[in-house]
Design a protein around this ligand. Structure first.
Ligand SMILES: [Zn+2]
Length: 374
């Protein structure tokens, strides 16, 4: 078992206070958007002796990752755990399937697109399913709202819904995203102006349009955002974002667990590159309400997902609990403290446990536990 020191990502949308408060540190005055716990080469966690977790895993992958992970994923930790603290909306985005990621990556490699180029879509050849579990009320956009409801909202805003009604979500989304820039700006202006008089039943969505317009003036992503389900997770509730799901995190603090990948295709609400044809090729246009995951089970509550790369659970430790060997895992304490192997770990502390270790925890604590989903 190794205590971890984790890297903070200072993205501009981050909260000034949430991550410092979890870590028991004073705010620095700069945004702290994400805390990364894992072995991702661009910001790996480090151990007490300064060695990074990815280099430790490379020294004895068989022992630390275990035979199951080695056979399925090769010599790397298949997941990345994050604390995400959003004060401002993040970009509208979707992630590819494994097959799409492999094909897209191979194509860009063959075309010699530098991996750091701003217009590069596929940074690696992996898929990136993810789960977000709320620590505070957490606002997000997730998947397309039922078309009939979007037609009602857009009609209420005085927008032309004929393309949406005749050609469905794919046809309408493609139409909007490929409008000439001047027509796009005019459409966003019309929507944002109309949203000042809230449409009955869609008051929160209309407020959101105002807010997005302040953060991203005239961004066509505002139209896309208003086609999605607006969800407010209560602490402990979670969303699973599978390949093709169009989503955006808006505000709040959560625990995020994902496959070890950086493949993001954006659809707006960002100054970054938006590749419309590539985005359209991965999007899942099925409509309907989002599936909110609630923890299942006492003591160790799990959030079941189909992803083999990861499994998230929340341990409520009250006394003693032994974690069996077999898979590598990362634990993060969000409340209380536990003691193991003669060391004490309080709120904000985290550890890596190798696949060969049996560890007994003692104490009173809420602990998020990440393992592969095998
Ligand atoms: Zn995402």
């Amino acid at each position: 078992m190794e205590a971890l020191e984790n890297r903070v990502q200072p993205y501009a949308w981050g909260s000034l206070t949430a991550i410092p408060s979890l870590l028991g540190q004073p705010p620095t005055g700069s945004p702290q958007a994400e805390l990364w716990l894992g072995a991702h080469p661009s910001a790996p966690s480090t151990l007490g002796n300064g060695v990074t977790l990815d280099s430790l895993l490379a020294t004895s992958p068989g022992t630390l990752l275990g035979p199951k992970v080695l056979a399925r994923f090769g010599p790397r930790l298949p997941f990345l755990l994050k604390v995400l603290a959003a004060a401002q909306p993040l970009s509208l985005q979707a992630h590819p399937t494994l097959a799409q990621a492999k094909a897209g990556y191979a194509k860009e490699e063959a075309a010699d697109v530098p991996r750091s180029a701003p217009h590069r879509n596929y940074k690696d050849d992996n898929h990136k399913p993810e789960i977000i579990c709320a620590l505070t009320d957490f606002h997000a956009l997730c998947g397309f709202r039922r078309v009939a409801d979007s037609v009602r909202l857009f009609k209420g805003l005085g927008l032309d819904t004929s393309v949406l009604e005749q050609h469905g979500l794919r046809g309408y989304f493609e139409h909007v995203m490929t409008l000439p820039p001047s027509a796009r700006g005019a459409l966003v202006d019309q929507l944002v102006d109309a949203s000042r008089s809230p449409v009955p039943g869609f008051e929160a969505e209309c407020l959101l349009a105002q807010r997005l317009s302040t953060a991203y003036p005239r961004d066509i992503g505002i139209v896309g955002a208003l086609l999605l389900n607006l969800v407010i997770l209560k602490p402990g509730e979670a969303l699973y974002l599978d390949a093709g799901n169009l989503h955006a995190y808006l505000e709040g603090t959560g625990i995020e667990l994902m496959a070890n990948s950086d493949n993001v295709l954006r659809g707006g609400l960002t100054p970054k590159h938006v590749d419309v044809p590539e985005l359209l090729s991965v999007l899942d246009f099925r409509d309907g309400p989002p599936h909110v995951l609630r923890p299942e089970g006492e003591g160790e509550a799990t959030y079941p997902t189909p992803a083999p790369d990861f499994r998230l659970s929340r341990l409520t430790l009250d006394g003693e609990r032994t974690l069996p060997p077999g898979l590598p895992q990362i634990l993060l304490v969000t409340e209380g403290s536990f003691e193991a192997q003669g060391q004490s770990f309080g709120r904000g502390r985290s550890v890596f446990i190798g696949a060969d270790e049996t560890v007994t925890l003692r104490g009173q604590a809420t602990i998020f536990r990440a393992t592969p989903g095998l």
